[in-house]
Each structure stands twice: as C-alpha cells, then as structure tokens.
Design a protein around this ligand. Structure first.
Ligand SMILES: NC(=O)c1ccc[n+]([C@@H]2O[C@H](COP(=O)([O-])OP(=O)(O)OC[C@H]3O[C@@H](n4cnc5c(N)ncnc54)[C@H](O)[C@@H]3O)[C@@H](O)[C@H]2O)c1
Length: 333
C-alpha cells in the first residue's frame, strides 16, 4: 500500500486495503452510494467492516442530473433524522458524483462534519477525490455551487475497478493522460508503449494521484499553478456544451480526449510530439466528431476563465511540462 500525504489528510492507495479505514472514533456513520455502487461496492466495504451493517446507508440516484441542491436536501434530511452530529462521519462510496455531492453535504452540515472518500471509478480515484473541490450543479451550470473542503482521508482500493464498465475506465483514463502530458514524460512513454487492456492500474493510479496531489498542494485555491490541470479542458468544456446543446451529450472523457488533441495543436511543442499524441488517442479510443472551430468559438467565448475577451488556455511546452495563462483572441484560434 502506498501512502501519499496531502494538505492535512492522507491518501492510501492499493489493493484490498479497506481494513485501513478507521471508524473507531465516530458516534454515527453514514455511507453515501448510488444505485450501482450500492450493488457492486457496498457489499465489499461491509464485508471488511461488519460494523457498517448498523450504519445509515443513503442511496441516491446516479447521474449528473441528480447532482443538485434537491439531492443535497434529501441527504441532509437523512442526517438530521438520524441525529448526526459533529462526532459523526459520512463515507462517500462511489464515483465523482457521489464524492462531490457527499463532500459538499458533509462540509455544510452543522458547519462541517468529517467525511472520507472511497472512490470507486477511475475518474474519482485519479481526479475527483483529490484536491478538496466539492459541490453540485445549479440548473445547467456545472459545479456552480460548492467549496474547497478537504476529506479526513481518501482510500483508493483498486479492487473496485473490477466491476467498472470499460467505457467508464476509458472516461477516467483521459485524466490520467492529461496528468502524464502536463507533468510526467516517463509515465506518458510507458502508457503509449502498453496496450490499454494490459496497463498496470495500481501503478498508473499512484503516479496520477501523485501528480494531481503535488499540483493542488502547491496551490490549493487555484490562484496559480493549479491552473495546469485545466490543460485540454477549455476545448473539452466547449465540446461538451456543443453536444449538450444538440441534445446528444457526450462523456467528459470523450471531450477531454478531443481537448487534448486540439490544445496540443495550440501548444508550442514540436510536430513529432503533436503527431504522437494524436496517433495514440485516435488509435485507442472511438470519439465523436470534432465540431468545427467556428461552432466551438460560440462556447469558448463564454469560458469562465476568459479575461478581457481573450480565451485563457493552459498549454504544453513539451510532453511532461505545462504552462498557464496562455491568452488567445478569437481571431487567433
Ligand atoms: N471534485 C473534483 O475535483 C472533480 C474532478 C473531476 C470530476 N469531478 C466530477 O466527477 C463527476 C464524474 O465522476 P465519474 O466519472 O466517476 O462519474 P459517476 O460518479 O457518475 O460514476 C460513473 C458511473 O460508474 C458507476 N460506478 C462507479 N463505480 C463503480 C464500480 N466500482 N463498479 C460499477 N459501477 C461503478 C457509477 O454508478 C456511475 O454510473 C462529475 O460530476 C465531475 O464534475 C469532480
């Protein structure tokens, strides 16, 4: 098992490591799940911690459209009804949606109770559970309500990946690629030399978490270096919005793969590297059509990072290095 120190909490990574979950000091425990993690993940957790049979299980509907204030109210009501207090704890057992909404509820309930992330999707393991961002959507504005709030600990047990559909593995893997491209050329080289189905997930997750953790610890509130994590995401968000408007939503991972290709193109890296990135993505993942630049501009001009009508990108300087605040006018794109 690997231990990584974050701000004021530890991240544990390994296989069959749930016994390290320490629940001794809590008066009451709730476990937040969605329909799928209720079936696939909760029995594994309870099997390791029989005490959880007596805990409060809060099951919510999965999916982005339920990541709302309404669901927050349902969860908070359950905590009130079961008389949860500041000595109680909430365990978020699920993907990024469970982590974001559970972390948000725990952070506002009685001005904050402890919570633990046990991420069960690849995306939540390498990205959403690290860095203390929690929150929910407001109407169609993604993550519009939220705060920075750290968990008590994060336990990443790769056993959970056994039941995760391949589509979800590929979705989360887009963030692994991003981490490698912005900070770890060795990881990138290893990935491109290995067949996707033969990747050593435990090793890859450890490396990826280390990269994200180092960046967020250096700039917890995203004033500076944390912006590196936005690489690929300016275009990705525009592409997601484009398909959403067409009533044909695509996954975040698909949008990030396209974002990686478009923003590598914009980066000042050599042609060989641009081709290597594009070839790897196109030969491994089936992606939706890339909208025309003109179509995307309509969405880029609304990006929340824009400054004085300039579009703000985080771009590669070479594979394994990234720079922030690269401004482009609409005409330059
Ligand atoms: N807080 C952050 O810093 C941060 C970063 C990135 C993404 N996010 C958020 O994360 C969310 C996306 O996360 P996600 O991709 O994990 O989506 P998700 O939570 O919807 O999980 C994906 C699907 O996989 C299922 N699932 C999860 N674990 C499983 C398992 N072990 N076996 C079988 N099925 C399983 C879920 O039930 C769901 O159907 C978005 O809302 C996004 O905004 C947050």
């Amino acid at each position: 098992m690997k231990k990584i120190q974050s701000d004021n909490y530890q991240i544990l990574i390994g296989k069959n490591i749930l016994k390290n979950l320490d629940l001794k000091s809590y008066s009451k425990i709730a476990v937040l799940v969605d329909e799928k993690t209720f079936i696939h993940c909760l029995p594994i957790l309870i099997n390791e911690h029989q005490k959880l049979k007596q805990s409060t299980i809060i099951k919510i509907k999965g999916g982005e459209k339920h990541k709302t204030i309404n669901t927050v109210q349902v969860i908070l009501k359950e905590l009130v009804d079961k008389k949860f207090n500041r000595k109680s704890i909430l365990i978020n057992l699920g993907g990024g949606i469970i982590g974001d909404i559970g972390g948000f509820c725990a952070s506002i309930y009685k001005r904050g109770i402890n919570y633990i992330h046990i991420p069960t999707s690849l995306l939540a393991m390498v990205d959403a559970s690290i860095g203390g961002k929690v929150g929910v959507n407001q109407q169609c504005l993604k993550n519009n309500i939220g705060l920075f709030s750290n968990p008590t600990s994060v336990i990443i047990d790769t056993t959970f990946l056994k039941t995760l559909p391949k589509k979800e593995m590929q979705n989360g893997f887009a963030e692994v690629l991003k981490h490698a491209l912005i900070a770890d050329k060795n990881l990138w080289n290893k990935i491109i030399k290995t067949d996707f189905d033969l990747l050593e997930w435990e090793e890859i997750i450890k490396k990826s978490v280390e990269i994200k953790n180092t960046i967020v610890c250096s700039d917890p509130n995203e004033k500076n270096l944390r912006k590196k994590l936005n690489f690929a995401h300016t275009y990705a968000h525009a592409i997601e919005s484009y398909y959403l408007q067409k009533n044909n939503p695509i996954s975040h991972g698909e949008a990030v793969y396209i974002g990686i290709m478009l923003e590598s193109e914009l980066s000042e890296i050599n042609n060989e590297e641009k081709i290597q990135i594009k070839n790897y993505i196109l030969s491994n993942f089936k992606l939706p059509l890339i909208p025309s630049k003109n179509e995307l501009l309509k969405f880029l001009i609304h990006d929340k990072k824009n400054l004085n009508e300039l579009i703000n990108f985080s771009l590669l300087t070479k594979i394994g290095e990234c720079t922030i605040d690269k401004m482009f006018s609409i005409n330059e794109l």
